[in-house]
Design a protein around this ligand. Structure first.
Ligand code: 13P
Length: 258
C-alpha cells in the first residue's frame, strides 16, 4: 500500500448464500465495517442476490460487484448475464477468475472481451490472473502471469475501469496463502507489465489486489507491501467478522502508508 492509493477489500462470495442468507450477511458486513474510513468495501454476491444485497447495503458506502459477466450485450445465450443488465446494479465485475478459466474453459480472449464489455458500461473490471502450482514450481510464474495479463487485456484501453487481482491458483481455497513476499513481488511485476501494456504512467494509481486464502489473521502483511492495494477474499468474506477484520487491518495500514 502506497500513500495516495485507496485500498479495495472485495468479498467474492462465489456460489454460496441463498438470497435470504446473502441479505443477512450483507447487513452484518454493513454493521461491522461501519465507521471504517479509507477502504473501498465491495461484496460480490451471486447474481440472484445482487438486487437484494444492493438494497441491504444502501447508504453504507459498500459497493457491489458481479462475479462474472457475458461479453455480448444481449442475445441467445441462455443463462448468461450481460454488462448492460448490470448497469446501475454493480460498480465492479470480476472477470477471468481462475475458477471460470479452469472449470468453465474461459480463454484469455474471452476475458479480454468481458473486461471491455464492463468497462464500456463504466463498471470497473477486477481482472484475475495467477499461475498454477506446476508453473510456480517450474520457476516461470512471473513470465506466465505477465503473458496472461497481456492476453487478457488485448484491445483494452479503459484504464480508469480496471483493477487487477493476483490470485495464484494454488493459494485459492487451500488455506495455503502465498507469502507476502511472493505476492508483493508479483504485484510489482504486474504493475510494471501494466505500464508497458498501457504505455503510460498513470498506471501507478491502479489497484492491484492479492487473493488466495486471505483471512483476518494474515491480511496485514499483504496490504503492507508497496504494490498491493487490497485483497480479493473468498472463504473469509462469508463470515462478517473475518471480513470486517480484513477491512480494519487494511484501514490502519493505509492510514500510515508512506
Ligand atoms: P479464498 O479466499 O477462499 O482462498 O478464495 C480466493 C478467491 O478465489 C477470491 O476470488
Amino acid at each position: 500500500m502506497k500513500k495516495g492509493r485507496t485500498p479495495i477489500i472485495a468479498g467474492n462470495w462465489k456460489m454460496n448464500t441463498t438470497p435470504t442468507v446473502a441479505v443477512e450477511l450483507a447487513k452484518a458486513v454493513v454493521e461491522k465495517t461501519a465507521g471504517v474510513k479509507g477502504v473501498i468495501r465491495v461484496v460480490c454476491p451471486p447474481f440472484v442476490s445482487v438486487h437484494a444485497v444492493r438494497q441491504a447495503v444502501a447508504g453504507s458506502g459498500i459497493l457491489i460487484g458481479a462475479q462474472n459477466v457475458h461479453s455480448k450485450d444481449s442475445g441467445a445465450f441462455t443463462g448468461e448475464v450481460s454488462a448492460p443488465m448490470l448497469d446501475g446494479l454493480v460498480e465492479f465485475a470480476i472477470v477471468g477468475h481462475s475458477e471460470r478459466r479452469k472449470i468453465f474453459g474461459e480463454t484469455d480472449a474471452d476475458v479480454a472481451a468481458k473486461a471491455k464489455a464492463v468497462a464500456a458500461r463504466r463498471i470497473r473490471a477486477v481482472l484475475c490472473v495467477g499461475e498454477s502450482l506446476e508453473i510456480r514450481e517450474s520457476g516461470r510464474a512471473e513470465q506466465a502471469v505477465r503473458a496472461q495479463l497481456k492476453a487478457s487485456l488485448e484491445g483494452f484501453d479503459a484504464w480508469g475501469y480496471l483493477a487487477v487481482a493476483y490470485e495464484p491458483v494454488w493459494a485459492i481455497g487451500t488455506g495455503k496463502a502465498a507469502t507476502p513476499e511472493q505476492a508483493g513481488d508479483m504485484a510489482g511485476a504486474i504493475r510494471q507489465e501494466l505500464k508497458s501494456i498501457a504505455g503510460r504512467e498513470p498506471v501507478d494509481g491502479f489497484a492491484i489486489l492479492y487473493g488466495g486464502s486471505v483471512t483476518g489473521e494474515n491480511a496485514g502483511p499483504f496490504v503492507d507491501r508497496p504494490d498491493i492495494d487490497g485483497a480479493l477474499v473468498g472463504g473469509a468474506s462469508l463470515k462478517a467478522d473475518d471480513f470486517a477484520k480484513i477491512v480494519q487491518v487494511t484501514a490502519s495500514i493505509a492510514a500510515s502508508a508512506k
